[in-house]
Design a protein around this ligand. Structure first.
Ligand SMILES: C=C(O[C@@H]1C=C(C(=O)O)C=C[C@H]1O)C(=O)O
Length: 277
């Protein structure tokens, strides 16, 4: 019997509406991890297809193709890709910023956004809570995924279930939160695509169909997905529900335009990108 196809899934709540509904099959084997682990494993050939950082896809366009209709994108705020900083954005010039080790895309996005403001900061990988890292002398801390969402709510919450989005605070005390995809939107008016589903070996059609079915079921049952993940994260259900319904999972034309803009800014030619199944 030939080796089963290996798929890598990021175990963040933002992909739970797809991942929690992907059935087991003897056609494929499931691996799980944070984005940087999935990026590495896909490039090392340890897995065949994975939900990976869009920046890694751009950088390895010669090796990778992406499924044409899957992404983790947002238009405006994402709530889970946050720079927490204890001085104004403009004052970050020359300051130290701690970067999560889980991210490739968001680290590059931060670099792009700082550069657009003419800011050169000292970027270093370092893990810890936002408070620990600020106490250690960093002026900014970049977090993504579940940790970022939790730290954001800890700082900016509690919120009333029926509060207007316009009333969400963007920080507390001396800590401000810059939501990177919101800042991207302010610059370009485009969605930002954080992740795509990329592969080296074309996937069995059954897997692609199962991913599409999983997404449809998961989005249809979003309240249940939110309830389970809220429990896991220790957050109110309405927060996780709002977080999840805000994502754009289909890599539609606006998301591709955002991805192409990002490609241009990081010096990758859009025509080198392959989207097929
Ligand atoms: C929106 C997010 O997107 C994630 C961010 C990634 C990155 O920065 O490399 C990779 C995969 C995405 O799922 C998030 O996890 O908060």
């Amino acid at each position: 019997m030939s080796k089963p196809y290996r798929i890598g899934l990021i175990d963040f709540a933002n992909v739970a509406p797809i991942n929690e509904y992907l059935p087991e099959s003897d056609q494929y084997e499931i691996h799980r991890g944070v984005p940087t682990e999935m990026n590495r494993q896909l490039l090392a050939g340890e897995i065949d297809l994975a939900n990976i950082s869009s920046f890694e896809f751009l950088q390895n366009a010669d090796l990778l193709s992406a499924l044409p209709d899957f992404s983790v994108s947002v238009l405006g705020p994402v709530y889970s890709v946050n720079l927490f900083h204890n001085m104004p954005w403009e004052a970050l010039q020359g300051q130290k910023i701690a970067l999560t080790t889980q991210s490739a895309t968001s680290v590059k996005l931060l670099e792009v956004l700082l550069k657009l403001s003419g800011i050169e900061a000292v970027l270093e990988r370092n893990e810890g809570t936002v408070q620990e890292l600020l106490d250690a002398g960093y002026a900014g801390v970049l977090k993504i995924g579940d940790n970022a969402l939790r730290e954001w709510y800890q700082l900016c919450g509690p919120l009333e279930p029926y509060a207007s989005v316009w009333d969400i605070p963007s920080g507390r005390g001396n800590i401000q939160v810059t939501d990177l995809s919101m800042r991207w939107y302010d610059h370009f008016g485009l969605p930002f695509a954080f992740a795509v589903w990329a592969y080296r070996t074309p996937p069995p059609p059954e897997l692609v169909q199962n991913l599409r079915k999983a997404r449809r079921t998961g989005l249809g049952e979003l309240a249940l997905v939110a309830e389970r993940n809220a429990r896991k994260l220790g957050l109110p259900e309405f927060i996780v529900q709002h977080y999840l319904w805000n994502f754009r999972y289909h890599l539609e034309k606006p998301d591709r335009s955002g991805l192409l803009k990002f490609a241009e800014l990081v010096g990758v030619s859009g025509s080198s990108l392959r989207f097929s199944e």
